[in-house]
Design a protein around this ligand. Structure first.
Ligand code: MN3
Length: 202
């Protein structure tokens, strides 16, 4: 299927002051759109034109040997999910079943959030940090370079991911990536969405 840029699920200024309208306009309208446009160019002639986006990501990853198409396709998937992983007045309470699982596997919600932030801080250069429901049935935190995601690696289901490319935070936080990640987990995450993905996967 041809890649299509989905509209942001909220207004550009809906996540302020944690993520500004300027950041969301550039990030969605320029960066995400570029992955869509470039991805559609690279998709031509691959034989994957009718595949789902998930299948394009898996096939084009090619065990880590994936090139241009993988980068565009994975970043397209990552950003579709990323917009939905945030909401106005985000953060706050985590739905019960997911909260119980987090406490079971991490000891506490704070411990999970702390590991998530540390993964994002520790990702050298561009990439993502993730909360994953692993194929072993346990929750885990991971990080990945560039556009690599849990679909590509097959490590499990991505319940939550945060974009740590500089374009995601530099306007609002300059070089303070830890502050951006902290604001993400405490004030931007749509935990209902995370719980919905967890419910579907478990
Ligand atoms: Mn991005």
């Amino acid at each position: 299927m041809a890649f299509e840029l989905p509209p942001l699920p909220y207004a550009y200024d809906a996540l302020a002051p944690y993520m500004s309208a300027e950041t969301l306009e550039f990030h969605h309208d320029k960066h995400h759109n570029a992955y869509v446009v470039k991805g559609n160019e690279l998709l031509q002639g691959t034989g994957m034109e009718n595949d789902s986006l998930e299948d394009v990501v898996k096939k084009s990853y090619n065990g880590g040997q994936g090139g241009g198409l993988f980068n565009q396709a994975s970043q397209h998937w990552n950003h579709i999910e990323f917009w939905q992983w945030m909401k106005p007045n985000g953060g706050g309470a985590i739905p019960g079943e997911l909260e119980n699982k987090i406490v079971e596997d991490f000891g506490s919600v704070d411990a999970m959030k702390d590991q998530f932030v540390q993964a994002g801080v520790g990702q050298f250069g561009s990439g993502w940090c993730w909360l994953v429901l692993g194929t072993d049935g346990k929750l885990a935190i991971s990080k990945s370079p560039n556009g690599v995601n849990p679909i590509a690696t097959g490590e499990g289901t991505a319940l939550l991911g945060c974009d740590v490319w500089e374009h995601s935070y530099y306007i609002d936080y300059r070089n303070r990536r830890p502050d951006y990640l902290k604001a993400f987990v405490d004030n931007m995450v749509n935990w209902d969405r995370v719980a919905e993905i967890f419910g579907n996967a478990s």
